[in-house]
Ligand binder design. Structure first.
Ligand code: UDX
Length: 442
């Protein structure tokens, strides 16, 4: 099938390459010429395991190309919209300007297709109610053109796997039954390979599909803040949150995943999605339903402050004249994404309070050096830790989890480690002569 993907950021670029991998003929459209040039040359503009391989393979096979020109999508039957919906500056709501611009730009090219209806498929995370409004604009473009809302649940670091083998697929379809049936058949053909593998597909109305995405992210954020709140209790009582999480996780109804206490959640999705959800609930007059998300957000912010406090204590009460090595800048391992990164936020705060901060990250390091010439970026953990008074592990890359405490001790001035992700074995580090300080651990 001929497919276009509008917006070639993280979500769109991975989606375009994965659709080509499924055998479709795909064009990715983006207004950013530098991004299009990089993708066209088979170079990933971001770090994502496995992405560059499928990008290059499908470009070489002639199934995948990228363009800045919307005219190049004119022949496609299915147009995915994967542009960003960032937080509005100074507010909580989602900024829909990129979604609106994408829809405005695609409308002139929408025409009924000889093989059935033409589809616009929304993948971006949007406030509930957006799809219904967009559907009206798209319907005005002519007969035989429909909108499906098909939220994306991919995780950075697992983006390819999550696109080709998702836990579930959700279609929010038009209210009109024949439009719903016809458009669902087209999207089923796009995802035929996934559906043959019995990946669950749920068909809902627009509002439910939009809500599934923000509800899932809110639940995940709540789970992390729950365990971080328990970490606060553990800190007050001398209990160990890692053992607590393991013990409650044996209950299937709770589960073990997303119960890692630490410096909290960051990234381009969870923080802004829960805020946009609160803003939308306010507009709908049901803000009380999501008051708890304020607390989820506040607990998350407190963990960052707490990590700064642990480092200050380790530095002897003041950062002045002290060197702090920060291991990790990305918001999570296997990613070079530093949007709302707890690690970078903490590093900034500590530098602002007078410490000399040296930061290192296996993937985000080069980008950081370019973006933030004010920061000292080191090649690796050993280089960062040279002469340090405090070492902070803030993103749990394998390289950091596997550090040899004996070897690292030889590099530092004072062997004090703040393990902001509870990623290290306290006994091994203490045995090597370190003062170990974790999150919610005695
Ligand atoms: C998230 C959702 O998981 C994904 O389904 C959605 O499509 C986009 O948002 P992502 O932002 O890639 O994906 O990251 P995720 O793996 O969910 O982690 C988010 C943050 O939570 C990271 O900063 C991570 O370090 C933190 N986290 C995660 C914890 O602090 N503890 C945990 O137990 C799990």
């Amino acid at each position: 099938m001929q497919i276009s993907v509008i917006g070639c950021g993280y979500l769109g670029a991975v989606h375009a390459a994965c659709m080509a991998e499924l055998g479709h003929d795909v064009v990715g459209i983006d207004v950013d010429a530098a991004k299009v040039a990089s993708l066209s040359a088979g170079r990933a503009p971001f770090h994502e395991p496995g992405f560059e391989e499928i990008l290059a393979r499908n470009i070489d096979a002639g199934r995948l190309r990228f363009s800045t020109d919307y005219a190049d999508l004119a022949d496609a039957q299915v147009h995915f919209i994967g542009v960003g919906t960032p937080q509005v500056p100074g507010g909580y709501a989602a900024d829909l300007q990129y979604v609106d611009a994408a829809v405005d730009s695609v409308i002139p090219y929408l025409k009924a297709h000889p093989d059935g209806p033409t589809l616009v498929v929304g993948k971006s995370t949007v406030p509930v109610g957006t799809a219904a409004a967009l559907a009206k604009r798209i319907a005005a473009a002519g007969d035989g053109v429909h909108l499906i809302w098909n939220p994306e649940f991919l995780r950075e670091g697992f983006a390819v796997q999550d696109t080709i083998a998702p836990d579930r697929i959700v279609y929010g379809v038009p209210a009109d039954e024949s439009a719903a049936r016809a458009s669902q058949a087209v999207l089923d053909a796009v995802f035929a390979d996934l559906l043959e593998r019995d990946i669950p597909r749920l068909v809902t109305d627009y509002a439910t599909a939009e809500l599934v995405k923000v509800a899932a992210n809110s639940f995940l954020a709540t789970k992390i803040s729950f365990i971080n709140a328990m970490a606060e209790l553990c800190e007050a009582t001398g209990a160990d949150v890692t053992e607590l999480a393991e013990a409650i996780g044996f209950d299937d109804r709770i589960g073990k995943k997303f119960l890692r206490a630490g410096v909290g959640f960051g990234g381009g999705c969870l923080p802004k999605d829960i805020r946009a959800f609160m803003a939308r609930a306010g507009e709908l007059g049901v803000d009380q339903a999501l008051t708890f998300l304020r607390e989820v957000d506040a607990i998350n912010d407190r963990r960052r402050d707490h990590a700064v406090e642990l480092a200050r204590r380790a530095a002897g009460g003041t950062f002045l004249g002290k060197k702090v090595a920060v291991l990790g800048a990305a918001f999570k391992p296997d990613s070079d994404d530093m949007r709302n990164s707890p690690a970078l936020d903490i590093a900034n705060t500590i530098a602002g309070q007078g410490a000399e901060v040296v930061i290192t990250d296996p993937a985000a390091g080069p980008k950081l050096a370019e973006l933030r010439p004010d920061m000292t970026v080191a090649e690796d953990a050993h280089a960062a830790a040279a002469g340090a008074d405090v070492v902070m592990l803030l993103t749990e890359w394998r390289q950091f989890r596997d550090l040899d405490p004996v070897a690292l001790k030889a590099a530092v001035r004072t062997p004090w480690i703040v393990d902001g992700r509870n990623a290290l074995d306290p006994a091994a580090w203490r045995a090597a002569g370190w003062t170990y300080s974790g999150i919610g651990r005695p």
